[in-house]
Design a protein around this ligand. Structure first.
Ligand SMILES: [Zn+2]
Length: 349
C-alpha cells in the first residue's frame, strides 16, 4: 500500500522547509520526501497509490520520551499526534508485552518502547508511591544484583535503563550499584536515564556516567560548572509542565533557569511530558512546547526536540499535518488535520 501526502508546506527536519511538498510512504516507511515531482521514476510506486492533498503544514510525528502509558489512554495519545512513546517506569511483566503488542497494526495507540521498572534502593522511590503498582520499582541488592537486573531487562527488550536518584523520597542505589548499572547498560548499548531529585543527585548521575536526566532538575539551581559538564555528557527530557501546570511556581522557575543554561551551553533537550503524572493531556502537549520555547529553544528546535525522526527515505512513515505552521506559532500544534502512523492514516479532517 502506497500513500502519497502532498501539502503546500512541509518541514522534513532541521533546516529542511519545503514548499509544494510530496511525501511517499510504502510498507510503513518513507520512500521519498521533498518538493513535488523531485522523486525519480525508479521510486514511482506500483499500482494505484492513495493520494492525500492536505491544505496545511506537514511535519514528522511527535514522540514523547517520558510517559507512563498505562496511566493514560493510548488511543487518544495517537489521535493527538504522538505516534511513539517511551515508558519510563512500569512493572516489566505488563509493559514489555504491551510494547510488543504496540508493533502490530491492530494496536490503536502509539509505538511503545519501555524501560521496565525504575531501579532503586530498598524501600526507595517509587516503591512506596500510590501511582506505582508493585513492581514499578526494583530494589537492588548490591552491584552484582544491579548487573544481573540490567542484563535481564535488556533481554526483555528494554529501550533504556531507568534509575531512581530521588533522595528526597527514600534510599537510592549505592554508588557501586550505580556504576555497575552504567557499565553493563553501556556494554549492551542501552542509555541510562535518571530521575534526579535532591541536592547533589545530578552531580552523582554525572559522575557515574548516566546519559540522560528523565526530568529537568527542579529542586535546586545547578552551578554553571555542573551545567557545562552536563551539556557535554547528557541530554535532558523536558517534563516542564508537571512543575507548572499552567501556573508560575518556584519549581518551574528553577527548572527553566537550569534548562535555559543547559541549552545555551549546547546540551541536547528532548520533549517529554511525564504523561500519566496528574492531568497531563494525552498527545501533543502544547504547553510543554511553549515552555521549551521559554527555555530558549527556537521554534524549529522545539519541533526537533519533539519529533520521532526526520522525514527521509528509510524513516518510519509517521507524520502529521496542521492547519498552519508551528514554526510561526507553536499554538498551531493544537490544530491537527492529519495523523499517519506506519503509513496508515489514523486521523484526517
Ligand atoms: Zn515519570
Amino acid at each position: 500500500m502506497t500513500l502519497v501526502v502532498r501539502a503546500p508546506q512541509a518541514w522534513l527536519g532541521p533546516g529542511r522547509l519545503v514548499r509544494d511538498a510530496e511525501i511517499v510512504c510504502e510498507g510503513g516507511e518513507i520512500v521519498a520526501a521533498g518538493p513535488r515531482g523531485s522523486r525519480g521514476s525508479r521510486s514511482a510506486p506500483a499500482g494505484e497509490p492513495e493520494v492525500l492533498e492536505i491544505d496545511g503544514f506537514v511535519m514528522p510525528a511527535a514522540a514523547d520520551r517520558h510517559v507512563h502509558i498505562a496511566l493514560s489512554d493510548p488511543a487518544s495519545v495517537l489521535l493527538r499526534g504522538v505516534t511513539a512513546v517511551r515508558d519510563l517506569a512500569w512493572p516489566p511483566e505488563r509493559i514489555f508485552p504491551l510494547a510488543d503488542a504496540s508493533e502490530l497494526p491492530t494496536y490503536t495507540g502509539p509505538l511503545v518502547r519501555a524501560a521496565g521498572p525504575m531501579l532503586t534502593g530498598p524501600g526507595g522511590y517509587p516503591t512506596q508511591d500510590g501511582w506505582a503498582p508493585p513492581g514499578t520499582g526494583r530494589e537492588l541488592r548490591g552491584p552484582d544484583d544491579a548487573r544481573a537486573v540490567v542484563k535481564e531487562l535488556a533481554s526483555l527488550g528494554a529501550a533504556a535503563i531507568k534509575v531512581s536518584l530521588n533522595a528526597e523520597a527514600g534510599p537510592t542505589p549505592s554508588d557501586g550499584e550505580l556504576a555497575a548499572i552504567c557499565e553493563v547498560a553501556h556494554e549492551l548499548d542501552l542509555p541510562v536515564t535518571a530521575h534526579a531529585q535532591g541536592r547533589g543527585e545530578v552531580e552523582r548521575a554525572l559522575g557515574a556516567g548516566v546519559d540522560e536526566l528523565a526530568h529537568t532538575p527542579w529542586t535546586e539551581r545547578l552551578s554553571d560548572d555542573v551545567v557545562q559538564t552536563a551539556a557535554k555528557r547528557m541530554r535532558i527530557v523536558s517534563t516542564l509542565d508537571i512543575l507548572s501546570r499552567g501556573r508560575d511556581t518556584p519549581e518551574i522557575r528553577i527548572a527553566l533557569d537550569n534548562l535555559r543554561r543547559f541549552h545555551a551551553a549546547g546540551g541536547a533537550v528532548i520533549y517529554g511530558t511525564d504523561l500519566g503524572n496528574g492531568a497531563i493531556p494525552p498527545g501533543i502537549h502544547v504547553r510543554e512546547a511553549l515552555l521549551l520555547a521559554e527555555a530558549g529553544l527556537e521554534f524549529e528546535e522545539v519541533l526537533e526536540a519533539m519529533v520521532r525522526a526526520p522525514l527521509e527515505p528509510g524513516a518510519p512513515a509517521d507524520l502529521l499535518a496542521f492547519a498552519r505552521s508551528p514554526l510561526d506559532d507553536l499554538g498551531a500544534l493544537d490544530d491537527l488535520r492529519l495523523v499517519v502512523r506506519a503509513g496508515a492514516v489514523v486521523l484526517l479532517r
